[in-house]
Design a protein around this ligand. Sequence first.
Ligand code: ATP
Ligand code: ZN
Length: 286
Amino acid sequence: MQEILRIAVQKSGRLYEGSMKLLKECGIEISNGNNQLRVTAANFPVEVFFLRDDDIPEYVQDAVADIGFVGENVVTESNKQTDSIEKLGFGKCRLSIAVPKNGNMRTVSDLEGKKIATSYPFILSNFLKERNITASIHEISGSVEIAPKIGLADAICDLVSSGSTLFTNELKEMEVILSSEAVLISNKELSANKKIILESLLFRIRSVKKARNNKYVLLNAPNYKLDTICSLLPGMKSPTILPLAESGWSSVHSVINESDFWNVIEKLKVAGAQGILIIPIEKMIV
Ligand code: ATP
Ligand code: ZN
């Protein structure tokens, strides 16, 4: 019988959509129509387990699941023995210390002797130890952001993405202690066959991530401007240049990184590029 790779994914919550979308873009068909706990893929040797995110590191450590998609914040806090294999590019957030906006705490050293509410006692206590600060940690499992207002704590250590929850609760971010995104974690002792399936999955995940981070660009330019324009386009190898029907003009095709996107487009326009088209890439194999 062929072995199957068991993947743990958050059952519902902030990582669910991103995890299912990634599997889908990797060409893996999972139907979770009936809200089942485990589903086998139709066309790839994987089985998906739907679990609470906090349980995923332990299940992967104990080989109940072989791999898992979970936030780095949860992996670090759980302190379980797993391998972090690949960042997945979604579920981005940060674990930060926040204090009342109108209070007098300004820097981390002002936390000395104070009470901090958090759902991340392990990460927070390590951080305080590193900074030589003695503070008491009050562990709560949810709605950490209201703790200062109700007099439960002087400060909080909680996840932030846009900062709007902090703003609503009259708190300000004082220090980021961990930047996080969803990661693929793996059991440390996968069988040889499971490693082969994981390699094949990773190949697909990396192709999807590259494609998301890059755009295909097409533009027209007069031939005498091609040197300048090509120098602005790193591309996968070098740009493709095709002659246009109108003599003295060419069409240039290349790939640009999402992070330099606007910067490069502006420079291309200044350098004389016309009719610029930007096209999303579905998969990118390099
Ligand atoms: P579960 O019921 O599975 O335990 P949960 O309530 O603990 O769910 P969610 O709020 O769904 O968890 O968050 C899951 C993960 O999403 C977090 O651990 C974190 O990695 C990530 N995340 C991204 N942005 C945020 C945010 N603004 N607030 C909280 N978590 C975020
Ligand atoms: Zn959780």
